[in-house]
Design a protein around this ligand. Sequence first.
Ligand SMILES: [Zn+2]
Length: 459
Amino acid sequence: MNMIKKRSNIILVLVIAFFAGLIYHTVNIFMNADKWVLNSLNWHLTAAGNLDCAGTIYDCNGEVLAYSNGIERFYNDDESIRKACFHVIGDDSTVNLNNSVQNIYRSELIGYNYLFSFGMPKNLRNGKDLRLTIDANVQKAAYEAMGDRKGAVFFYNYKTGAVICMVSTPVYDPEDVPEKSDIDNDEQYEGVYLNRVVSGRYAPGSTFKLITAAAGLENGIDEKKIYQCKGHDKVGGEDITCEFTMGNVDMTGAIVYSCNCYFGNLAAELGGFAMTKQAEKMGFNQVIRFDGFESVKSVYDASDLNENELAWSGVGQANVLETPLNVAMISAAIANDGVPVMPYVVQNVSDSDFERETAYADKMLTEQTARKLADMMDSAVQQNYQKWRFSNTFDVCAKTGTAEVGDGLPHAWITGFCKNEECPLAFAVVIEHGGSGYDNAIPVASAVLDAVEQSLYSE
Ligand SMILES: [Zn+2]
C-alpha cells in the first residue's frame, strides 16, 4: 500500500511541475515575445503562418499596397500597381518569393502572438503595418515600360538608400494566382518567382567598362592617352572588335562611344589580378544583403581566362555576370564620391521605435576616380545618348550596355544617376534579349524618370 501511495505522490509532483513549467513558459512567451521578434527586424525569423488579419503595407505616399480583411489578403485596386509591386510585396504564400516583404516581414505583419490568436480581433494580434520607400506610380511606370519583356528596373536614392522603384518581370497578379502547372510550363512565367533585381545575373556588357576604367584610373593609367580604334584589334593573338571604327579616343571617348578595343586592351594590360581586385572592390564575388533581401553573387573570375578572354572580360563579356542591384550600386558609388549607400525598402514599422539610418557599403572608388567616371558618364549623355532621351528635367549621367549572349538578341542595359540635388537617384535597367541598350533600355529609364518627376512635383 505504502509503495503505491509513494508512487502516486511522485506522479502528482511531476504533474504539478510539468504544468508549472508550461504556465511559466507560456506566460514568458506572451510577455517577451515582442522583444524577441521585433527587436531588430530579424529577417531570419520568417515565420510561417497566414496573413489573415495581418498589417497593412503602404507605399511612400501612403497608398495601400496590401491589406487583410478577415482571413483574406487584398492588394492595390490597380492591376498594374499590383503586378508592378509583386516582387517587392510577394503573394500570400510563404514559399513562392523569398525576396519579398510579405515573406521577410511576416512576423511583424502577423504579430508575434499569431500562434495563440486564431480568431482574435486584429487589435489583439498586434500585427504591424509597414511603410515602404517604393512609389506605386513609379513602380507602375517601370512595369508598363517593360511591357511583356523580362528583366529588372531598380532606382534608389544614392544619398539615403531609399529604394523608389524595384520591378522585376515577368509577374503574375497576386489576386489572381495562375495554376501551378501554368506557371511551371508556360514560357511567359519563366523565372516568375525570381526578383531579378537581386536574383538575376546577366552578362553586363559595356556597363562593365566603368569597372575597367576604374581599375585603370586606380592603377595609374593616364586617361588622356590616345588610342587609335580601327574597329578591331588583336589581343592575345585573337580579335577584339568594336561596333564601328572610332578613330582616336582617350578614356572619356572610349566611354562615350563604348570602345571595346580600348577597354579590351586596358584589361589585358592591367592583368587578371588587378581586374579581379577592382571588380571585388566594386561588389563582385559577394552576396549583397539589405532589409532581408539577399542577392546572388555577381561573378568576376579571371583565373581560367586566356589573354583574349581577359580582354573581353574588360568589356563585360567572357564569363562575367552581374546583378542589376550591383550595377546600380556602382553608379551610386560614382555619384557619391566612391562610397555607395546600402539600399533599403522599409521606411518604418508601426508601433516600433525602428528608425532608418543611412548605411554605407564598402568604399568602391577613390573620390578622384569617382569624379572622373561621373564626368565620363556625363559626357556619354551629352555627346552620344542625348539628355532629352532621359528627361527634360533631370541631368542624367549614364552608360549603356548591349551584352552579347549565346542565344538570341543581346541583353539591353542602362545604368546611371541624376546629378540633381532634388532627385539623387542611381539606377540600373536590364531587358533580357532586349536588343541594344541605347534603343531599348534608355526609354525604360526615361519612363521611370518622368514618373519620378510627376511624383516630385505633383503636390
Ligand atoms: Zn573602338
